[in-house]
Design a protein around this ligand. Structure first.
Ligand SMILES: Cc1cc2nc3c(=O)[nH]c(=O)nc-3n(C[C@H](O)[C@H](O)[C@H](O)COP(=O)(O)OP(=O)(O)OC[C@H]3O[C@@H](n4cnc5c(N)ncnc54)[C@H](O)[C@@H]3O)c2cc1C
Length: 239
């Protein structure tokens, strides 16, 4: 084992894979049993930095990938993750070889793509790789708050349901970066009145287009628009 590898192992939290299921042609559901109290300060909407390539000769850019916490069960100290394989990158390859009983190494949870507790309405927009993240936010808006959202992908078969049903998202079958189509849908449905926060995730160009739309067309203030690019064409492991 190289010095870099042993340092990474020592600095990481560990968990054991207790469930693995291919829930659609393009997504795996993984449940992990946490070995430590790494989630004691977990805020819904945070992500993990998982080591997916700690093998000899693996470059740094191939070692770590970012995946959101889909749900955290505090009583059991277990977490669910949904990992897509559209990319065919190191993370996609790693999840396909992962087996029940394997140990995984990660940093986190961390991140600020979380619920704005002051908002009365929440709007969610993203692709399939952000679906688990948006489900976790959607379940944690608070009982009295209103929420809706639209998820897009090139095929409806990519869509998967949440672990516990609450409110469903709408689905738009569209090619990559269908910002214009989603903006048309939003215009038809209208923006709720009152204190609204919008959450935008997925491919960078999609995030930028929707961010600009809410800022310029609806006068949303920066604190009302939470944007998190999840991937960028031809770029490995965005964060
Ligand atoms: C905060 C955050 C949370 C995230 N949560 C999740 C999550 O819960 N589940 C999940 O599946 N992903 C999630 N992602 C996205 C994931 O980290 C990236 O998709 C990552 O690039 C996948 O790594 P990879 O090794 O499979 O592909 P890479 O080696 O990183 O990329 C290989 C190629 O595939 C392209 N690519 C990467 N992702 C996609 C995609 N989704 N669709 C099409 N092409 C792609 C890249 O641009 C590149 O050209 C999250 C990202 C962030 C920033």
């Amino acid at each position: 084992m190289s010095i870099l590898q042993s340092i990474i192992y020592k600095m990481s939290h560990t968990a054991v894979v207790i469930h693995k299921e291919k829930i659609t042609h393009s997504t795996y559901h993984i449940r992990i049993k946490l070995k430590t109290d790494s989630f004691k300060n977990y805020i819904p909407g945070q992500h993990l930095r998982i080591i997916v390539g700690l093998v000899d000769n693996s470059s740094l850019s191939n070692m770590v990938r970012t995946y959101s916490v889909w749900r955290y069960d505090e009583l059991r100290n277990e977490a669910d993750i949904a990992i897509c394989i559209f990319s065919n990158g190191q993370g996609a390859k790693w999840v396909q070889t992962l087996e029940k009983g394997d140990t995984i190494y990660f940093r986190g949870p961390e991140g600020k793509f979380t619920i704005n507790p002051d908002a009365d309405n929440h709007l969610f927009y993203g692709d399939i790789s952000s679906l688990a993240h948006l489900y976790e936010l959607n379940r944690n808006t608070g009982i009295s708050k209103k929420a809706s959202g639209i998820i897009y992908s090139s095929a409806k078969t990519h869509y998967f349901d949440d672990l516990s049903s609450k409110r469903n998202f709408g689905f738009l079958e569209a090619p990559e970066n269908p910002a214009d189509d989603i903006i048309t849908e939003i215009s038809w449905n209208g923006i709720p009145k009152g204190n609204t926060t919008v959450y935008i995730a997925g491919e960078t160009a999609f995030c930028v287009a929707l961010h600009n739309y809410f800022k310029k067309e609806h006068g949303f203030l920066p604190k009302q628009i939470k944007t998190k690019p999840f991937w960028h064409p031809n770029k490995k492991g965005l964060e």
